[in-house]
Design a protein around this ligand. Sequence first.
Ligand SMILES: C=C(O[C@H]1C=CC=C(C(=O)O)[C@@H]1O)C(=O)O
Length: 465
Amino acid sequence: MSATPLPAPAPRPGEPAGTAEPLPLVVRTTRIDGLPDGPTALLDLLPDTRPLAWVRRGDGIVGWGEALRLETDGPGRFADAESAWQATLARAVVRDDVRLPGTGPVAFGTFAFDDDGGYEDHFTDDALRGRRAGTLVVPRVVVGRRGDVAWMTTIRPAGALDVAPGAAALARTRRTPVTGPGTVTFTDGAVAAQDWPALVGEAVDRIRAGELEKVVLARDVVATAEHPVDARHLLTRLADAYEACWTFSVGGMVGATPELLVRSEKGLVTSRVLAGTIRREPGMSDDDALLHAAQLARSSKDLEEHEYAVASVARALQHYCTSMNVPDAPFVLHLPNVMHLASDVTGVLDRSGLYNGGRPPSSLALAAALHPSAAVCGTPTVAARELIREIEGMDRSRYAGPVGWVGSDGDGEWGIALRSAELSDDDPRHVRLFAGCGIVAASDPAAELAESEAKLQPMRWALGS
Ligand SMILES: C=C(O[C@H]1C=CC=C(C(=O)O)[C@@H]1O)C(=O)O
């Protein structure tokens, strides 16, 4: 694990370079007025370098700059990130005049789907590190909105130039115009689209043979753009068109996910569980959409897929809650490209600290406990993860891992990084798009390929000029 404050702290007298502890962070939050309304108003503030975002229906937080970056990896990536964050907070000097979720110190995070093992035959050491990584980024500036209240937070290592938060500081932020990617070509990722149904067929055989009940298999597509891909171009298009989703950007993972792994706010825990999908054709009438929704709600194959996902979330959350509400039946979530079976599971957080050395679990700890749910892995979890490692043949990296933010009181929101793309560090014109499908005994490989195409649609569209 490593913590990288920017700028690097100077060694104290007599101390060798590189061993100094990160300097304490100085954090100030102030209310700001005059932020325009609209689903992209926060995103429109972002500069082009490493934008950070978690926005839905115009509310949320965006950030830029790096006051601190915490890098972890392997099976301990969540716990190590949590303790590094707690250590950072313990030394921070905070003045928060707003006191809402997302004000004060905030870290944005993205975590790899998998943590370990089984890949050595397929991937190089470098690729393995990416697969296992976890990152928390504490921005220099955060701007947020919740309903009528907007705020700005500045975060700096003690001793760095003090920038008072407020409208004047916001106006001074240097922003280059958002650029489009130009012409974009798409090619097969690790597994060619035409070969993918055979993998689904293999999974169906293994399920029918009784090895497991459900597995989620994914595929990737590589996009190559004429110009460097500006994450802000993707973010604003997604936030405009997919308003029911959480539009995110952290560490080069960009997307609009409909699935909330966990929100923890003032003792109330919520998880939006999705599994079970039907495609929505472009131009479909409202009447046809309702017929499709009814078909989805009656589909025993989709209801089975959904039940496994809800059970996995309920099972993981029950250890942390004093009471829970798990809906008996799902509702149908309508998105522009697909409809999903959806269940909002809620619980009251056990604040006794019984399970966590006297402290209630943070939203990050809850995300760690819930990951990977059966919406992205399968049932039983271990068998499904093994089968994914064995047959998927793809580096999931941070696709289907938790992405979101955590605040100083532990409250925060973590989505599952779906309907997402990974921007390349090496070549800004390259982007990897991902989509996966839950497979059960009744799954049809050709239909799953069509479903994965529908799930790729938001990112393909966002890359349009
Ligand atoms: C794994 C993905 O979707 C999950 C979430 C909703 C519906 C799903 C399904 O019906 O298969 C998947 O469980 C993805 O979009 O890449």
